[in-house]
Design a protein around this ligand. Sequence first.
Ligand SMILES: *Cc1c(COP(=O)(O)O)cnc(C)c1O
Length: 230
Amino acid sequence: MTKNAISDHLKQIHQKIRQACLKAQRPEESVSLVAVSKFHPIDSVKEALEAGQRLFGENRVQEAAEKFPLLRKDWPDLRLHIIGGLQTNKALEACRLADVIETLDRPALSEALDKAAQKLGRLPDLLIQVNTGDEPQKSGIARDDADQFIEASMKHFGPSIKGLMAIPPVHEPSGPHFRLLAEMARRHGLETVSMGMSADFEAAIAEGATMVRVGSAIFGTRPVKEPHQV
Ligand SMILES: *Cc1c(COP(=O)(O)O)cnc(C)c1O
């Protein structure tokens, strides 16, 4: 990409977030932009940091570990979200690296995060991923089990549970999925609703997203084909 492209894209996204908030009669500060840098090189992340972006999302723990500890030295206020499905054997590393894990979705992972937190003496903030489309290939707690899992997780982790996250099915209108997730969060008194990507973040804001996860609209198309979902 040409020089300053990332900075320009960030400005455009912020402008669109501002407009979507205005339209929804919500304060602009009610929506945070998570810049999804998966598969993009560290220099692209630096460019975003230099443009003022501080909040980033990575899918894979391994990739996050290669990029972000280095960057934190120069940008101690950056925040990293793990947004990809998490294997239990990656829980320790994820707890070490992340400020937020957006993908708590099953009891076995709760246990693994517990153990990791005890070992490290720190636990990131947590979002519960809901598989609103009940897609077999996608991570996230099944829709029918979500209320119970959310309740149990809130009891278990207390205020570390901040909210919910979802990735609607690619080939369906996302509106109903956004509505369902926002309603579920409301029902449980949870404030954070992470939903909306490059193609639909404005619609997500209209439905109550407080975090949008935008990748390609900031960093360009991803350099390698993704091995899984989305
Ligand atoms: C890749 C990814 C995104 C960003 O997708 P874009 O369409 O590039 O904006 C958001 N959320 C998750 C969970 C992702 O894996």
